[in-house]
Structures are given as structure tokens and as C-alpha cells.
Write a protein that binds this ligand. Structure first.
Ligand code: SF4
Length: 705
């Protein structure tokens, strides 16, 4: 599998949303090697352990899917078939189901790891041509609460800051995140900023004392689910001390009076007690924020993955708004994206309730604009939001959904209450899995398997967490008959008889996506592959006024994207609607990442070096919770929830809040048994506005095996 003789073998890391630049080259044995791109503004040559070891995942073909496979009935094994036959049959089944049960009987479940062009095609295919909005991605499990939070507070899903703002902030508040492990290169930049500016204050809120806390001035070790109470209390302390920016609040926001009333409904002492933190710590945090010239809020899954995830987001963004810390250097909210291209997916409308370029599915004018652009009959795009990630599996279970096409994601590890999802896939009439690896558990249910080209084997673009679009070169050929995901989807669309998918190349897909953004707030219509190759990356919006590298900061004019052009300060009670612990399930389980593994390990699990840090899954439990249960270090324990159980070794640690236990999210089944899959335990309660699941709060019992 030769490496292409491209002069420029630059690409972007395919793991987290930091989006580090990589230079790939061939070693003497012809194998791919990678190093951090010193000229890339995001990482300036740095890579974390996962990025540094990416070449091992690329050079190891042992698990790659090489040929399409198909079976004619559930009782028969799959067999190798031609692309022609696999796509012909898939199209025939889809046509039959759509004719018989309607367009909403089929769905696509995609991934924040898809390239923007792939997202664009799958979204166009189902919304514009099949006539259903049943396209959702695993970004629903990750960023959808932040999307709604931004829309409700700022008027659009628009991250207002750049990473460079972190280097000029005076105070950084990291809420429910462990960037030292999960966004390591970005955190190295914060650590470097602290060295340059020892007065930089870092605040972390997290039930676990993580690596990120090692440089924190204040660690608010709160009870899970109490983030809103904490943020409200900080808001109250800021108001009491006169730290709000009254001019900004009066001139550029709405909702402050109601907010003031809401946050004053609890004293700071009461809030501290609810959260399980010191009252003095809350006041100290407010003092730091109140005196800052630049104040940034950072967050990720601790806020997003919650049944009240949107309110958690809004309550944090409120702290930026009441202090006027937005639209100026070193200030603003920055949601850390879990996946490399979750933002690119949102740009093309790749969720069941969105349309391209941040258009709204429920807005009839927006639907007409997209229909006109695609040249399809008015009314083709349905006004009914499609099924979200968890809803798709519910609908498979109860028979509303007949067929699902899963691409670039492994839902049988990553979905909440995963055994329910497994039962749903068993009931599906037709399952297509488009994958690079033969490992994902979904393959056991696949009627058709389509081998996809992996990272470095195709070109395309991604957008990182600071709105930075980068171009990824194709560096090597895909093995066997694997094809780029966009090619597979276009060929399928053509088999379905749809016009509008005969793109000459990937650049043409990007250009069509760009043209649809013209005149919107994320306008990149002037951008193309040539420019991207020359400039390596740009931040949207990329307009003439923005300059050569695009726009690094939004809202400098304080004109927000809401109808009134004012940012919205939302008010709501601080209730948490998670499941209730009980004497039978007294502990709270929270799940998350470890430093050297990525998602469901289909790539990082192949790299021995990445197992050196943590080689197997574990339950983290506080000694005060372990001792009464006679649990000692390394004992095998059973964790039970109302959904299922996990058996695993215990790790005792006083860095986790008493009453809380932690399981890594990465591991799947062991020897075909339920093993240590964290999502056996989680529930599929979702936030009503974002439909993001409540991964961080499951009531569990733990006892010695
Ligand atoms: Fe890749 Fe994220 Fe690590 Fe950068 S920080 S090398 S993008 S995993």
C-alpha cells in the first residue's frame, strides 16, 4: 500500500476536536510515519500520545475490511460480493421499504469522525432525495447540548473564540472536563500560558480530581448533577460583589432581571451545601472572575451529556454574559469538541433537526432555499424533524424504523443502555454497516458490509473546535476494494436513481457545500481546495472582510445572532432530572475517557504503546465507599444498575468524590459476554431540548464479586 508521492503530505489528526496538524512521511521500509506540523497554528508541532502513534493504526491492516460483503437472509453467512452487487441490493431493499412504509422507514446513523464532504452527501441524500430527516450522528451523544446552548444564548451555533484567546485570558473556568487527558495539546497551551503568566487563574469543576486539577487554583469537587446550582451561585456572588458589566448587560443582553431573581432564590451557603463544595471557594471563584480582564469558560461532556445539558450550558454561558466577557480578547465560551469534525457535521446540517449552513429545518424559507439550491421540488424536504440517535434505536425496536445504515461509528459500545440498542438491531429488517474495521460489534447484525477508506486514504476537510477548517490530503491508497465514504454514498444515490450526486471529485462536493453557505453567518463560499491547500486552514466565516485566515473571534461588535441582536440570559431552576439513587442503587456512576484511548478503541486499541498507560478497564471508587463493601484494590466487583451489570476490577482512589464511581467508556464485550461495557449500565434519559443522553449520572450498586 504505497504512500502517494505527494509533495505535501499534511493532514489533521483524526481523533479529538483540538484538530492538530500532522505531517506524514514514508520511512525507509515504506511505512507511514507521522509528526506534529510545526507550521500549524493549532499545535505548532506538538502531538499527544494518541496522535503521535497514529501511524501504527494506519500501517496495521490486520483488521481492515477489504471487500463488500452481503447475506441474502439472516440465517446465511455473509459472503464477499462486488460493489455493484452490494449497492444494487442495498438500493433495491431501500426502494422496497420506502415504497411500502414511506421514507421515514429508513435512517442513516453517522459520526463526528466523518469528513465534511461525507456528511454533506449523506445529509443531501436523505433530506433532499429520500425525503426523510432520519439522519443523526454520534455528535448527538457529544455536542448537541452545546449546539442548543449556543443557539439559545447567542442566536446561532457559533463558537465565538479561538484557541489563542486561552493564551491571553486571566481566568479559565473548566467545567466538567478533563482537557489534560481528553484535549491534551490544547491543555499544553494553557500550561504554557500559565508559565508565561503565573497570575492566570484556573478553576475546575468536576466530581473527580483529574490531571487537569493539578494546575487548578480552585477545584470545585461538586456532586454530579449540581452544575447549574454552582453556576447560579457564582452568578449570585458576582452580582453581590458588583462584578457584573452593567453597560454590556443593559446594551447587549436580555433577561438579566429574571436571572437575578433566579440566582437569588438560593443563598450561596445553600448552594454550596447542595453542590458539596465550600462556600468560600464559590466566593473566591467569583472574585477571580470579577477581577479578570479576560475570562473564558471551557466545557465538554460533564455539562453536555446530561438530562439538563442545555441548561448546564446556558448557566455557564450566563457567567460570560453578565460579566461582559465575550467578543474581546481572552474572553468567551469555548465548548471543547469531543470528535474531530463534529463542527463540520453541524455546518452541513448533519443532524436530524438541522439544514445546511446552520439553517433551521422548521423554517419554511430555509427549507425552500435548500430545495431551490438542490434543484428539487418544493416540499421535498420534510418539516418533520428526524429521529435522533437514541430515537432511531427505539424506532427499530418498535418497528417504526425498518432499515438503518451505520457509518463510521460503533453504537453497540457508545449508545446508552446499549443492550436495548442491541435488541433493536436484532429486530431491524435491514442493517448496512460502512466501516474500516472488522471489529465493531454492529457487524454481527449487518446484512451488508461496505469497506471504507480510512484516515490518510482519502481527501476532505474537517472543522475543529475553534471553527478552523483544514484540508486533509490523501496520502496513501486504501487497501483491497475499500472506497472513500463519500464515493460509496454517491454511488448508492445513483443506484437509487437520484440525480445530483455525479460529483467529479471531492473538491466539487466541498464547493457545493461552500456555495450553500453564501450570505449566511458561516459563509465560506469564497473558499476552495486550492485556497485551503495554500493556507492550510482558515476559520469561518471566510469572507472578504475577514482576511486571509478567516475570522478568529465573533461578536466583537456585540451584535448577536438573535432577532433582537442581544445575547439572551436565560433563567431556569437548578433541578436535575436524572434517575434517582435509592437504597438498592445508592451510588452515582459517571463515565468518561482515559488519556490514551479513543472512543471504542477500534483504532487506538491496535497500538500496544497506548496500552502502557492503562491496559484494562476499571472501576474507580472512593475508599470510604469501598471499605464498607469489603472491596480492596484490584478486587473483582459487580456494578449493577436498573439496566444491566458490569464485572470489573476496582481501583481505590480518594480523588473521586465519595458516593460517585467512574468507569471508562471505551471497552466493549469480553469473550462475547457483556463484560466491561460501561453502557450496559447507563440509561437513555435525554435532555428534552438537545436529545443528548444522561451518560454522567446513573444510579448503581457496587459489591464484591
Ligand atoms: Fe489528536 Fe487531539 Fe491529540 Fe491533537 S490533542 S494529537 S487532535 S488527539
Amino acid at each position: 500500500h504505497p504512500i502517494n508521492a505527494h509533495e505535501n503530505n499534511t493532514t489533521t489528526c483524526c481523533y479529538c476536536g483540538v484538530g492538530c496538524g500532522i505531517v506524514a512521511h514514508k520511512d525507509q521500509l515504506g511505512r507511514l510515519q507521522v509528526e506534529g506540523d510545526k507550521d500549524y497554528p493549532v499545535n505548532k508541532g506538538m502531538l499527544c500520545s494518541k496522535g503521535m502513534n497514529l501511524h501504527y493504526t494506519v500501517n496495521d491492516y490486520s483488521d481492515r475490511l477489504l471487500y463488500p460483503e452481503m447475506r441474502y437472509s439472516r440465517n446465511l453467512p455473509r459472503q464477499r460480493v462486488s460493489w455493484e452487487m452490494a449497492l444494487e441490493r442495498t438500493a433495491a431493499v431501500f426502494r422496497t421499504l420506502i415504497d411500502k412504509y414511506g421514507p421515514d422507514s429508513v435512517a442513516f446513523y453517522a459520526s463526528g469522525q466523518c469528513l465534511t464532504e461525507e456528511y454533506y452527501i449523506v445529509n443531501k441524500l436523505i433530506k433532499g432525495y429520500i425525503g426523510s430527516n432520519n439522519i443523526d450522528t454520534n455528535s448527538r451523544l457529544c455536542m448537541s447540548s452545546a449546539v442548543v446552548g449556543y443557539k439559545m444564548s447567542l442566536g446561532e451555533d457559533s463558537v465565538p473564540v479561538s484557541y489563542e484567546d486561552l493564551e491571553v485570558a486571566d481566568v479559565i473556568f473548566v467545567a466538567g472536563a478533563n482537557p489534560a487527558w481528553c484535549h491534551p495539546v490544547l491543555w499544553r497551551r494553557v500550561e504554557a500560558a500559565r508559565q508565561t503568566n503565573p497570575d492566570l487563574k484556573i478553576i475546575v469543576s468536576d466530581p473527580r480530581k483529574t490531571q487537569t486539577c493539578s494546575i487548578a487554583d480552585v477545584h470545585l469537587q461538586l456532586h454530579p448533577g449540581t452544575d447549574i446550582t454552582l453556576h447560579h451561585a457564582i452568578g449570585r456572588a458576582l452580582i453581590e460583589k458588583g462584578y457584573i458589566d452593567a453597560d454590556f448587560v443593559n446594551d447587549h443582553t436580555e433577561g438579566f432581571a429574571q436571572y437575578r431573581k433566579q440566582v437569588f432564590s438560593k443563598t450561596i451557603a445553600e448552594a454550596a451545601q447542595v453542590c458539596g463544595v465550600e462556600e468560600e471557594a464559590i466566593r473566591q471563584v467569583a472574585d477571580y472572575i470579577g477581577r479578570a480582564r479576560g475570562f473564558m469558560t471551557l466545557w465538554t461532556m460533564g455539562l453536555n451529556q446530561s438530562v439538563v445539558g442545555v441548561n448546564k450550558n446556558l448557566s455557564l454561558i450566563n457567567l460570560n454574559l453578565i460579566t461582559g466577557h465575550i467578543g474581546k480578547p481572552g474572553s468567551g465560551p469555548l465548548s471543547l469538541t469531543g470528535q474531530p469534525n463534529a463542527m463540520g457535521g453541524r455546518e452541513v446540517g448533519g443532524l436530524s433537526n438541522l439544514l445546511p449552513a446552520h439553517r433551521d429545518l422548521l423554517n419554511v424559507q430555509h427549507r425552500r432555499e435548500v430545495e431551490d439550491f438542490w434543484g428539487i421540488r418544493p416540499g421535498t424536504i420534510s418539516d418533520k424533524p428526524g429521529l435522533t440517535a437514541t430515537e432511531m434505536f427505539d424506532a427499530l425496536e418498535d418497528g417504526r424504523l425498518k432499515a438503518i445504515w451505520i457509518l463510521c461509528t460503533n453504537p453497540l459500545i457508545s449508545l446508552p443502555d446499549v443492550r436495548k440498542a442491541e435488541a433493536a438491531l436484532k429486530k431491524a429488517k435491514f442493517v448496512v454497516v460502512q466501516e474500516i474495521s472488522n471489529k465493531p460489534e454492529t457487524l454481527a447484525y449487518a446484512d451488508v458490509v461496505l469497506p471504507a477508506a480510512a484516515w490518510t486514504e482519502k481527501e476532505g476537510t474537517m472543522t475543529n473546535a475553534e471553527r478552523r477548517i483544514s484540508y486533509l490530503n490523501k496520502i496513501m491508497e486504501a487497501p483491497g476494494e475499500a472506497l472513500p465514504d463519500a464515493t460509496i454514498l454517491c454511488r448508492f444515490a445513483q443506484k437509487m436513481g437520484f440525480t445530483g450526486f455525479d460529483f467529479e471529485n471531492t473538491a466539487a462536493i466541498f464547493n457545493e457545500h461552500g456555495a450553500l453557505t453564501a450570505g449566511t453567518r458561516m459563509d465560506i463560499s469564497a473558499l476552495n481546495y486550492e485556497l485551503l491547500k495554500a493556507r492550510r486552514s482558515v476559520q469561518w466565516p471566510f469572507t472578504e472582510a475577514a482576511g486571509k485566515q478567516g475570522t478568529s473571534r465573533l461578536f466583537e461588535d456585540h451584535q448577536f445572532y438573535t432577532t433582537s441582536h442581544r445575547a439572551q440570559i436565560h433563567s431556569f431552576p437548578d433541578d436535575n432530572h436524572s434517575e434517582t439513587p435509592s437504597p438498592d442503587y445508592p451510588l452515582i456512576l459517571t463515565t468518561g475517557r482515559i488519556r490514551d484511548q479513543w472512543h471504542t478503541m477500534s483504532k487506538t486499541g491496535k497500538v500496544n504503546k497506548l496500552k502502557q498507560h492503562i491496559s484494562e478497564s476499571f472501576l474507580e471508587i472512593h475508599p470510604e465507599d469501598a471499605t464498607p463493601r469489603q472491596i480492596k484494590e484490584n478486587d473483582l466487583v459487580v456494578i449493577k444498575s436498573r439496566r444491566g451489570e458490569v464485572r470489573i476490577k476496582a481501583r481505590l482512589s480518594d480523588t473521586i468524590k465519595q458516593g460517585v464511581v467512574f468507569l471508562p467508556m471505551h471497552w466493549g464485550k469480553i469473550l462475547g459476554k457483556d463484560g466491561n461495557r460501561a453502557n450496559n449500565l447507563t440509561n437513555n434519559l435525554v435532555d428534552p431540548k438537545s436529545k443528548e443522553p444522561d451518560f454522567k449520572f446513573s444510579a448503581v450498586a457496587v459489591y464484591r464479586y
